[in-house]
Every structure is written in structure tokens, then in C-alpha cells.
Write a protein that binds this ligand. Structure first.
Ligand code: 7TS
Length: 410
């Protein structure tokens, strides 16, 4: 598919916002959805909406098959060993909280250490911070280089014999950095620690292989990778998932229930209490088909071009500070920046009047903002449907924002 054909698959892009053609540069918050995903949802609700793993009626069987096929698709997408290692969740946040409560809380104790980095999104920080308080474990941070990258030397220093658990973001939603998770997993394992990867920002853009990364847990959000909201994945190695207690108790996840005790289903259902997001899983499978049809390699190449172009073009703007590495090869598809003397919320508001959607704020990374010594930043994030023209629109918009505010200053 060429870029024109790809864009035609995303009907939302073909509209005007505030009298201008929409330029959507906020895919790191949530991506747009292709027709194939929208139709998969519609088809399920129109033709075979039913609960799963229950009654023996035809629609129930169709829904169960589609739901379990989606699990199989995710398994192949991230190269897990078996479908039982794929747990459907609400998204990355919920996947990480399951690990925090059902693994870390149960198996860590006082004196143990949890290691994360300063770069983490709140979803990959607060669960460990809170569970550290409850278990008495110590939370330690891997420091960052000035450009937001992580040195393996610092990882070696942070992880010790006391480290029992490490969690790390694969791709930063602020700096765009791609962290060396495979090497970090190697270091963690050498010390006998378990490692979890927050893949919210990598799964949409990079080909993941959990066996090659050798991570123990990995968390994904469907909505950032062309899928629906409210569906995500927790991958875990079987041996660890087996050890974990259920996170939610109720329907779906039980084997036998008696008045004073119960037993659980086998994996993966033990960790999926209640009616799951059936439509979401089916939509996610359609998103995976779509991404694979375009090709993750092609998506990565396209975004690499865009980020290279964006870094060049945006750096020419007066008074701009770009955060993160200057080398495009060290980055995924986003650029975070600030304009001197203009609050990022004002930047986003002015751009919005021209139909350009970017994100401004702390990006759920307050400790990272503090480290950058800012309260907020602006961020433009790209996906397979963005073009160099989108970046030209952004650059022109930023130049106008500059002159508008500079005009007010004089
Ligand atoms: N981890 C990272 C690295 C993220 O970027 C996000 C969401 C999450 C976890 C949480 O994902 P959720 O689907 O459970 O909400 N990041 C962003 C963002 O950058 N702008 O909006 C949401």
C-alpha cells in the first residue's frame, strides 16, 4: 500500500477541523482506526454479538472462536510461545497493575529492590511505587543521559543481587528514545530478577519478539496500534503466570466454586475475570492484520523518514528546544519540544485553530518533566498515515505561533 492508499483506509483523516484539513499528530495518545477495524467491530455487533466460553449456541461459538483467534493472532504478532501466555486486559495500565498486584505484591518482601528508569510513564511508575510501599521493597531509578537515553553501565550499577523486579519502557512517549530492553533483560536475568516491558509505544511501530527480547512480562494497548480502546494485552511467561493469583475474582475465571473455597481455570482465563472486551479483541485482531499487511518494517522506515524530516525542519524554528536525542536512528516517531516564551498549551491551542492536533502537557511523566526542568512540553507524534506535508503544516503553524506571541510581546 502506498501512503495515499493507507490514508484512504482512515476515514477520519478526510475531514476539515476549524476550516482546515485535519493534520493528526497525536497518535502516541491514541492512533486512528482503519476501515478494517471499524468494520470488524460493526460486523461482530451486527452479526454474531454473544458472550464467550458459555452457551453452546451458534452465535456464542462464533464469538468464542473469533475471540480465541484474536489471542492466537496476538501470540504470533509478538512471537509468544503459546496463546495461554496472552492475557486480554483493558490496556497497558491495567496489564502493569495486574503484574504489580498479582506478582510483585505477592512475591517481593522487605529488602528486595525494584528497578525502573526516570523515563517512565506514570503507568509504569506508580504501580511499582505503591507496591514497594506495601511490600517494604525499595524502588530504585536508572538515571538518564542529557538526551534521555539510558547507558547500560548505569543499568549495571542499578541492578544488584537484591533486585527482584525490573520494569522498563521500550519506547518513551516523551523523548521518543528506544531503550535497549534486550540488553537490560540480560542484565536483570544475570542477577536473577524478573523483567517487565512497557511496550505501549513500541508495539504500534516496531516488530516485537518477546522470545528474542527474553522479557518476562510485556504490556500493550490496542488503541495505540490502530485497534479499539479498552483492549490491551499482558504477555507473561507461563511459569510466572502460573505462580500468580487471579487479579479479579468472579465469572469466567473459575473452575469450581464451593461455599468456602474455589479453584481457578487454567491459563489464560484464570487472569481474565468477568466478561471480556470481546469486540475489542476482535478489533485488535483486525488491527494486527492491517499492520501486518502494510508491514511493520515499512511502518518503521516511513516513521524514521518522518522523524528525520521533522527534526531537521523543526530545528530551524526560532526559540525552539527539542527534547531527546538529535539522531533520528535513536528515536521512534515523535518529537517533543517547547517554544521560548510560549506555554505549550498555547502552542497546541493556536495549532488547533489551523486543524493541527498535537498534545501538550506533562504526558503522564511528571518526574521526567521535573528532570527536564519544565512543567509541560508540546509533542507531535507520527504514525503510518502521516506525511511530510503534515510536518510542513506543523512547522508553518509553529512559525505563525511564534510571530503571534512575539507580536504580543513587543
Ligand atoms: N506507557 C506508555 C509509555 C505510554 O505512552 C502510555 C500512554 C501508557 C503506558 C498507558 O497506556 P494506556 O493505554 O493504559 O493509557 N501514553 C499516552 C500519551 O503519551 N498520551 O496519552 C497517553
Amino acid at each position: 500500500m502506498n501512503i495515499k492508499e493507507i490514508r484512504e483506509q482512515f476515514p477520519i483523516l478526510n475531514q476539515e477541523v476549524n476550516g482546515y484539513p485535519l493534520v493528526y499528530l497525536d497518535s502516541a495518545a491514541t492512533s486512528q482506526k482503519p476501515i478494517a477495524v471499524i468494520e470488524a467491530l460493526e460486523n461482530y455487533y451486527k452479526k454474531y454479538n454473544s458472550n464467550v466460553h458459555r452457551g453452546a449456541h451458534t452465535l456464542g461459538t462464533l464469538a468464542t472462536d473469533a475471540f480465541e483467534n484474536a489471542r492466537e493472532k496476538v501470540k504470533k504478532f509478538i512471537n509468544a510461545k503459546e496463546a495461554a501466555e496472552i492475557i486480554f486486559t483493558r490496556g497497558t495500565t491495567s496489564s502493569l497493575n495486574i503484574v504489580a498486584q498479582s506478582y510483585v505484591r505477592e512475591f517481593l518482601k522487605e529488602g528486595d529492590e525494584i528497578v525502573i528508569a526516570l523515563i517512565e510513564h506514570h503507568s509504569n511508575l506508580i504501580p511499582w511505587q505503591q507496591v514497594a510501599k506495601r511490600t517494604g521493597a525499595t524502588l530504585k531509578y536508572i538515571p538518564l543521559q542529557a538526551d534521555g537515553t539510558i547507558l547500560l553501565e548505569d543499568v549495571e550499577n542499578a541492578i544488584t543481587a537484591r533486585t527482584k523486579f525490573v520494569s522498563i519502557t521500550h519506547v518513551s512517549n516523551v523523548m521518543g528514545t528506544i531503550n535497549p530492553v534486550k540488553q537490560i533483560a540480560g542484565i536483570a536475568h544475570r542477577h536473577g530478577a524478573v523483567i517487565c516491558v512497557d511496550a505501549a509505544q513500541s508495539a504500534p511501530h516496531l516488530q516485537l519478539d518477546v522470545q528474542d527480547l527474553d522479557c518476562d512480562f510485556l504490556a500493550i494497548s490496542g488503541h495505540k496500534m490502530a485497534g479499539p480502546t479498552g483492549i490491551g494485552v499482558l504477555y507473561g511467561k507461563r511459569a510466572l503466570l502460573e505462580k500468580m493469583s487471579p487479579y479479579e475474582y468472579g465469572g469466567e475465571m473459575i473452575d469450581f466454586v464451593d461455599l468456602y473455597d474455589s479453584t481457578w481455570k487454567e491459563l489464560p482465563w484464570k487472569l481474565e475475570g468477568g466478561t471480556p472486551n470481546i469486540a475489542g479483541a476482535i478489533g485488535l485482531a483486525a488491527a494486527i492484520d492491517f499492520l501486518e499487511q502494510v508491514g511493520l518494517d515499512a511502518i518503521q522506515r516511513h516513521e524514521h523518514q518522518l522523524v528525520k524530516y521533522a527534526l531537521e525542519e523543526i530545528s530551524s524554528i526560532e526559540g525552539i528546544t527539542i527534547y531527546g536525542p538529535k539522531q533520528p536512528e535513536k528515536r521512534s516517531g515523535l518529537v517533543t519540544f517547547n517554544l521560548d516564551d510560549v506555554h505549550p498549551h498555547d502552542v497546541a491551542t493556536v495549532l488547533d485553530t489551523e486543524g493541527i492536533a498535537i498534545r501538550a502537557g506533562h504526558h503522564c511523566c511528571q518526574p521526567l518533566m521535573k528532570w527536564l526542568n519544565v512543567s509541560a512540553t508540546a509533542r507531535a507524534s507520527f504514525y503510518l498515515y502521516n506525511t511530510e506535508e503534515d510536518i510542513d503544516a506543523l512547522v508553518n503553524g509553529l512559525k505563525r505561533t511564534n510571530s503571534y506571541f512575539k507580536g504580543m510581546l513587543v
